[in-house]
Design a protein. Structure first.
Length: 271
């Protein structure tokens, strides 16, 4: 949804690209998908690309929860990709490929209410809707507007963001939080059919690139897990932004650099 905040027209004209942002299942005007999964995300993206006739190959960028559909594309439709960027991407605290001690440490760095929400989503997804709507215990901090989950750099970005058009904001969750956000979280924290470390390099001849962008001040996505994955998958270009939080992509300079790195195969981040 970055197009709501930035005017990319100059960048679009310079790179001769167009940016497609779409509503995934249950969001906006897209139909709900009760059986959605990590695997189905890739094939939804492929079907959309074919319906819109955007060509045999395309780039994908996933931010935060949008990171797990990018992992899905890398696993299931790598032949359709020109490149991929995972920006402050979703991490699963029960991936078998990650040492249990590291996952436990990363999970424990979150607010207690978020630790419990993710445990319920993983171990008892049939209770997740109840957990998110009950009033006895705090549920997911981001849905309660808890600013403690944001770093100082995030708070500065939030303060300087222009207002989102209310009509567009309302449309995002117009089908209800259960069909959109809750199903998203349940799909992400379900047991995957693969580990990220099972993914093969889709660009062995360097004809494209895969990037992870991680802010070291991110309080929502612990950097330790994405750093670990990048070490296990050395073909991924891993970028740590020292003063970046979870909203690092909402800095226009950072956002343009992420796009340029992906399309032009460059490696630098301008702060």
């Amino acid at each position: 949804m970055l197009y709501l905040y930035f005017n990319f027209q100059e960048l679009i004209e310079e790179l001769q690209i167009y940016i497609l942002s779409f509503d995934r299942a249950g969001y906006g005007e897209s139909d709900p998908h009760p059986k959605r999964s990590v695997k189905s995300e890739a094939y939804d993206i492929q079907q959309l690309a074919d319906k819109l006739q955007i060509g045999p190959k395309f780039y994908v960028i996933g931010i935060s929860m949008g990171g797990y559909p990018v992992w899905s594309c890398l696993k299931y439709i790598p032949h359709r990709l020109s490149g991929a960027s995972l920006v402050v991407p979703f991490v699963h605290y029960w991936w078998p490929c990650v040492p249990a001690s590291l996952s436990k440490e990363a999970l424990s760095s979150l607010l207690v209410q978020d630790q419990w929400a993710f445990r319920v989503a993983h171990y008892a997804p049939w209770l997740f809707n109840w957990w998110m709507t009950q009033k006895w215990f705090p549920s997911l901090s981001i849905t309660e507007g808890n600013m403690a989950i944001f770093s100082e750099s995030d708070k500065e970005i939030i303060k300087n963001l222009p207002e989102t058009p209310s009509t567009d904001q309302e449309k995002i969750l117009q089908q209800g939080e259960y069909e959109s956000l809750y199903r998203d979280i349940m799909a992400g924290y379900a047991n995957w059919e693969f580990d990220p470390t099972d993914v093969q390099n889709p660009f062995p001849n360097n004809e494209g690139s895969v990037h992870i962008w991680q802010g070291l001040e991110d309080k929502i996505i612990p950097y330790s897990l994405n750093r670990y994955l990048s070490q296990k998958l050395p073909w991924i270009r891993y970028h740590e932004v020292p003063d970046g939080g979870h909203l690092l992509a909402f800095n226009k300079s950072n956002c343009e650099t992420i796009i340029r790195n992906l399309l032009l195969n460059t490696e630098t981040m301008s702060q």
